[in-house]
Design a protein around this ligand. Sequence first.
Ligand SMILES: NC(=O)C1=CN([C@@H]2O[C@H](COP(=O)(O)OP(=O)(O)OC[C@H]3O[C@@H](n4cnc5c(N)ncnc54)[C@H](OP(=O)(O)O)[C@@H]3O)[C@@H](O)[C@H]2O)C=CC1
Ligand SMILES: CC(C)(CO)C(=O)C(=O)O
Length: 297
Amino acid sequence: MNILVYGAGAIGSAIGEKLSGQHDVTLVSRKPHADAISSNGLLVCSSKGKERVFLKCVTSIDGMEPPDVIIVTTKAYDSKHAGDDISRIIDDNTIIASIQNGLGNYEHISRRFGRKGVVGTTTMGVTMTRPGEIVLAGEGVTSFGPYDDAAEKITDIFIKSGFEARTSSRIFSDIWMKAIANASINPITVISGKTNGCILYEPYMSLAKEACYEAAAVAEAEGVMLDDPWKAVRDIAEKTSSNKSSMLQDIEKGRKTEINQITGEIVRRAGGIGIPVPINSALLELIRSMEKKDKRL
Ligand SMILES: NC(=O)C1=CN([C@@H]2O[C@H](COP(=O)(O)OP(=O)(O)OC[C@H]3O[C@@H](n4cnc5c(N)ncnc54)[C@H](OP(=O)(O)O)[C@@H]3O)[C@@H](O)[C@H]2O)C=CC1
Ligand SMILES: CC(C)(CO)C(=O)C(=O)O
């Protein structure tokens, strides 16, 4: 199968590398990463050791034939551009799947392409340490939905390539739950400068809990069922307690964060339905002002 991974940084390179064992995979990346992979292959570092894998990696999709599958792994703030760009090369048979954090990717990527659109979420943990090099921290589970032929096909491709993957009948709950976890953990790690485990203790726990319950109220008002959101957030913080959140890593590197697609979307949706979210509104403004202070952004 011909598979294109669009926006291959950390997660996209890891996914593309694993799929390349069974499929004809092309990564679409920025030039430094594409040059490094084209010259020396992708160096994959994990607890199993280091492996160099040779993959096709390009910087543009101009002139490409329609692939069988496109997996979008850009940051959520690039989803709209990604959707516009890939729409130039797809045909009726191309399946398009987004594997990103945040809310709104479904609208930009999956719903936009109708029955060929699939939305996904993953608990994998990957860091790009330099162009051409990634570190796998955890294998994780990847879920796809809504439950239909396209989602089942993508799930099957992932399982046969060695991923732990499933088609979820509750994909919107899964995506919301990840967004709630990100909204409850990530901004607090940025403000405190601490790893994810900080939200398990005061003075951060009460703040994280409030952020969680506010966000969950918005999800529930949208008709999304959640089991025990604070328990889910706590479990994620426990499992990743020594990790630096992606938002803290972004701020430390002077990169734009996904705050607008996580907390910003929660606050925007809350406003639309009249749900008060003072803690999330404050966290949103604090992170935005920290981003602005960094002149590189
Ligand atoms: N890394 C992880 O462990 C996990 C990540 N996620 C989610 O997955 C998504 C991707 O994360 P991650 O891989 O870490 O992010 P990265 O920033 O490492 O990867 C995205 C890459 O896409 C590139 N890109 C964006 N637009 C284009 C384009 N038009 N052409 C070519 N390249 C492009 C970016 O370049 P540039 O930066 O120059 O714009 C960047 O290198 C996010 O939503 C994240 O929250 C979810 C679970 C775990
Ligand atoms: C789950 C968590 C918090 C793990 O670090 C994450 O998704 C992130 O850092 O963005």
